[in-house]
Design a protein around this ligand. Sequence first.
Ligand code: HEC
Length: 113
Amino acid sequence: MPAVGRGFIVCIAVVVPALLVRALAAPDSVAQGRDKFVQCAACHGSDGRSTVIPQYPKIAGQSGPYVINALKAYRDGRRQGTYAAIMTAVAKPLSDDDIANLAAYIESLDTVQ
Ligand code: HEC
């Protein structure tokens, strides 16, 4: 077998399982995030779009990395102000895993109308 062919097979052998692991891990994270989102719905709406008051942001479909940064910044007191204080209280008890799962769920909401 030519060297290029072997390289291709090695590549497939490494990449395909890695993609499968990603595909299997993602829905689990989204499902756990959905469970956790119950406590967020009071202010951000169960769909992440219908806020209780206009000062509360719509967050459905926001990018995962942005949500992770935002929640960690609230939790660590790096985002401040009257409304940020509300989120600091919410984010304090969240673990890094909780935040990752919530971010996965929030990001997934852009496909839900
Ligand atoms: C008591 C009301 C309340 C609850 C409950 C709440 N939030 Fe918030 N959330 C807010 C407010 C108010 C802001 C805007 C804060 C600011 O001005 O920085 C906000 C901001 C955010 C932001 C930043 C949005 C942006 O565009 O930067 C994210 C992300 C977020 N919330 C996620 C969550 C998640 C996830 C939960 C549940 C774990 C949650 N929130 C629960 C009121 C709430």
